[in-house]
Design a binder for this molecule. Structure first.
Ligand code: ZN
Length: 389
């Protein structure tokens, strides 16, 4: 099916979401301040997009496009998300089969594997964005364990048994031990924070926020250790980062565009009220020094930059146009186009689709030249599948 059509995604109202970013993009009046956490575009069974093919009724995208190997999202993170790790393809296949054999229902709260797929993820920031990403390099980690006095007792464990020994330790000690170590730390922070301005470049800011959100009945969330053990990464608008299989990560705050393999496989490691399966988490976590690689995109045209990753499931690029600019391209696979700023028109000499507030997304099928013209300065993301040359 050739052509271009406007596309309507699915909103997810998870309670960590912000109340204005996504409503403004979709031109929705959100006077009641409902959280709008995610906007999904693709053919996922929990969010099959709708396509306007010209008739009176919208058509589910899955009816006219083969299932996309990826899911494209917009996220508005107001409150931090859980620490998580995604399994490899082989790990997911094994875990999914095992849970099926055991008869754990797909929707059970203790179910780890929702499908047999891996879930590499790439995100590009639409605002200042903070996240945790992989373990700190050795020297930095040692510096933290020396500097945060309440954590000094962890240093000999790290020196003796490395990243995996240290991580295993903080994830396996009893809740009483967690409270014994972290309670004085939180008490000291509470005193210090009264006197200082909030500083998002400081781990203590996120620790205080996590403690306020996730501590229950006097039990301190052990995910707080990870805020000190992992890299705290700040991305500026337009910068990206790739979450490779096994790299622990957590989104803390900000808005982004995210693209991932079509999967729901998440192993959690704290900052959550949801199920944590520690042995399964440890099996899949890359316990090693991680140097965050911040992607700024490679120029692939005068107006287009590609965020290159090793994922075979998706490809994401961004097009920045000034008012009056027009470019053309021919989709090689079915693509989703998503405008995050400005106003633009898509045209294939047959159909015209206006992209802007209220109608930010379109799907473009292969085979025809597509023209993209910007009425004002515009930013358009292009999601597709890497084509084999
Ligand atoms: Zn993730």
């Amino acid at each position: 099916m050739p052509g271009i059509y406007s596309l309507k995604g699915t909103v997810k109202h998870y309670d960590w979401g912000g109340v204005s970013f996504i409503p403004s993009l979709l031109k929705i009046d959100n006077r009641e301040k409902k959280p709008f956490a995610e906007y999904w575009m693709g053919t996922h069974p929990f969010g099959d997009s709708l396509v306007n093919t010209g008739g009176n009724e919208l058509t589910p995208l899955s009816h006219i496009a083969n299932a996309f190997p990826f899911l494209l999202k917009i996220l508005d993170v107001k409150d931090m998300l859980s620490i998580q790790v995604h399994p490899s393809k082989a790990g997911a296949e094994e875990g999914f089969a095992k849970e099926n054999t055991k008869g754990v229902p797909l929707d059970a709260p203790n179910r780890n594997y929702k499908d047999d797929n891996h879930k590499p993820e790439l995100m590009v920031a639409l605002s200042d964005f903070w996240l945790l990403h992989g373990f700190k390099p050795t020297e930095e980690l040692i510096y933290t364990l020396l500097n945060v006095v309440e954590l000094r007792e962890l240093l000999p464990i790290f020196n003796h048994s490395g990243y995996s020994g240290l991580y295993k330790h903080v994830m396996m000690i009893s809740q009483e031990e967690v409270n014994r170590i972290l309670q004085p730390l939180l008490d000291n922070l509470a005193v210090a924070n009264k006197e200082s301005e909030p500083d998002r470049f400081d781990e203590d800011y996120w620790v205080a926020k996590a403690a306020a959100s996730f501590n229950k009945n006097g039990n301190i969330d052990r995910g707080i250790f990870s805020i000190y053990l992992f890299n705290l990464v700040h991305l500026k608008k337009g910068e990206g980062i790739f979450q490779l299989t096994g790299v622990p990560h957590a989104y803390l705050e900000g808005q982004n565009v995210e693209i991932m393999a079509n999967s729901d496989n998440v192993l959690r490691g704290g900052l959550t009220t949801k199920h944590i399966d520690v042995p399964e988490l440890l099996k899949h976590t890359k316990c090693e020094a991680t140097y965050p690689s911040i992607l700024s995109g490679e120029e692939i045209g005068t107006h287009e930059k590609l965020f290159k990753t090793s994922a075979p499931d998706f490809q994401l690029s961004v097009i920045d146009l000034a008012a009056g600019d027009t470019i053309s391209f021919t989709p090689i696979t079915t693509e989703i186009l998503l405008l995050t700023e400005g106003m633009a028109e898509l045209d294939d000499d047959n159909i015209e689709v206006r992209l802007g507030q209220g109608n930010p997304a379109a799907v473009a099928f292969t085979g025809q030249v597509v023209y993209l013209a910007a009425a004002t300065r515009s930013t358009i993301f292009r999601a597709s599948v890497p084509h084999l040359l």
